[in-house]
Design a protein around this ligand. Structure first.
Ligand code: ZN
Length: 441
């Protein structure tokens, strides 16, 4: 009897952990059952991946799906629909919603909701506050929780832990790696008076200057060293931090955003105005070059989109009334594939940054590599496909992207989540099948 599989992916070029190989993949019960499948094997379904690269399902470990919140901006169903259209098999969602995910009750609500409404798998951050520190050790072990997120600066409402005393208490509560937004809140407040309403949009990067980010990271690293607590510095935006973090590889991992690898000041502020405003800000060419150097020397562990939608009308307001944050969950994969085609990184390094990296940093179980027994998550990409990013393609209700008009070479043509094709050639398939990602407790 020839071997039989639920799904066969034939004739593709697979990016395996040990190299790039032309091999067929067999899937059974949502998991990878075989790499290398005999010619006579049969499948309930077969995908012909001739001319395509078969990647492990790509992960965006930094999105804000705004749910609960303003449904005209984004929700979990719409944001995960954008994710699978853009070639992502999993996203990790931030806790600064309305209300924020900061206690067991709200986390339970979100855990249930994901199982009913998400198109891809999800990891959930829980927000640390000054008042929930005693609960953090328990909350970080919740089902689907990827990490505790600390806003050490620049947050909205109650989600902020900016002083050393509370930060140290957070680090001494629990033991998993903590994810940080690192900007020094005191320096931000001190320098606010230097700017006024209606100043150019580029004032954003002058107010939230390099030292604001670097000082935040120095303070966090001092406390991480003192407490021995593992840290993940999200969206590192300065050459100084990338250099400094090399001294802390025993304690700290870090993320760079696709925006900081793609957009540069002053162009982004002149061209995009409010649609170029995000935190930490997009900076000048020196920092973009440093980010690429850090991609290529291995300093950077993960790449994220920091998808943070806002209503178009609010982004049209003058600075600083336009809220900070840009959409990106649907565009991160095409934009990164375009960088691969431009020779800025290899496809294997991209897989390292968007699969193995998140798995290592957050302790993901059973995802992030093409290997027998792992979840059958795949992103199939056509490295030759040319296409322009159009705003009409964006499914986030807010309806805009800062990458509109960008000509891309390299495009995701299928997304498969635990053996289930959820996107094929721009079509979302089936019903929402997302589950919570499993993590090492
Ligand atoms: Zn963010």
């Amino acid at each position: 009897m020839p071997a039989h599989y639920d799904l066969l992916i034939r004739n593709g070029t697979c990016v395996l952990p040990w190299g790039v190989e032309a091999t067929d993949v067999g899937v059974r019960q949502g998991r990878i059952a075989a790499l290398g499948v005999p010619a006579d094997a049969t499948g309930d379904a077969t995908i012909d991946a001739k001319g395509l690269h078969v990647l492990p399902g790509l992960i965006d470990p930094h999105v804000h799906l705004r749910d609960p919140g303003d449904k005209t901006v984004e929700t979990i169903p719409t944001g995960t629909r954008g994710a699978v259209l853009g070639g992502l098999a999993a996203v990790f969602d931030m806790p600064n919603t309305a209300p924020s995910i900061v206690d067991a009750e709200k986390l339970a609500w979100k855990q249930d909701y994901v199982a009913q409404a998400a198109w891809c798998d999800m990891g959930l951050y829980v927000g640390g506050t000054k008042t929930n520190i005693p609960e953090l050790a328990r909350l970080e072990l919740g089902k689907g929780v990827c990490a505790i997120k600390i806003f050490a600066g620049s947050s909205t409402g109650d989600l902020m832990v900016e002083d050393d005393e509370h930060l140290e208490r957070v680090m001494r509560a629990g033991r998993r790696r903590i994810a940080y937004h690192s900007e020094d809140e005191y320096r931000l407040q001190d320098r606010k008076h230097l700017f006024k309403s209606g100043d150019p949009y580029s004032s954003h990067m002058e107010w939230r200057d390099e030292e604001t980010a670097f000082l935040g990271t120095r303070r966090l690293m001092a406390l991480a060293r003192l407490t021995g607590r593992q840290a993940h510095i999200l969206h590192v935006s300065t050459a100084q931090e990338l250099d400094y973090l090399k001294e802390f590889r025993d304690l700290a991992t870090c993320e760079v955003l696709v925006n900081h690898l793609t957009q540069v000041a002053p162009d982004c502020y002149e061209r995009l105005k409010g649609f170029g405003v995000m935190n930490p800000p997009i900076r000048g060419p020196r920092h973009m070059e440093a980010a690429w150097a850090a991609i290529n020397d291995g300093t950077v562990d993960t790449v994220g989109s920091d998808h943070a939608p806002h209503p178009r009308a609010k982004k049209l307001l003058p600075w600083p009334d336009c809220p900070a944050g840009l959409t990106g969950v649907q565009t991160i994969v095409p934009v990164m594939l375009n960088h691969v085609n431009a020779g800025r990184l290899s496809l294997t390094r991209l897989v390292d940054l968007m699969c193995a990296g998140p798995a290592r940093v957050y302790g993901v179980l059973g995802k992030g590599r093409l290997a027998a027994g792992y979840d059958a998550d795949f992103t199939l990409v056509d490295m030759k496909r040319q296409r322009k990013i159009e705003e009409s393609w964006i499914v986030s209700p807010c309806g805009w992207t800062p990458f509109a008009g960008m000509e891309i070479t390299g495009w995701p043509v299928a997304t498969i989540v635990r053996g289930q094709p959820v996107m094929r050639e721009d079509e979302v398939l089936g019903a929402p099948c997302g589950r919570l990602v499993r993590f090492l407790g």
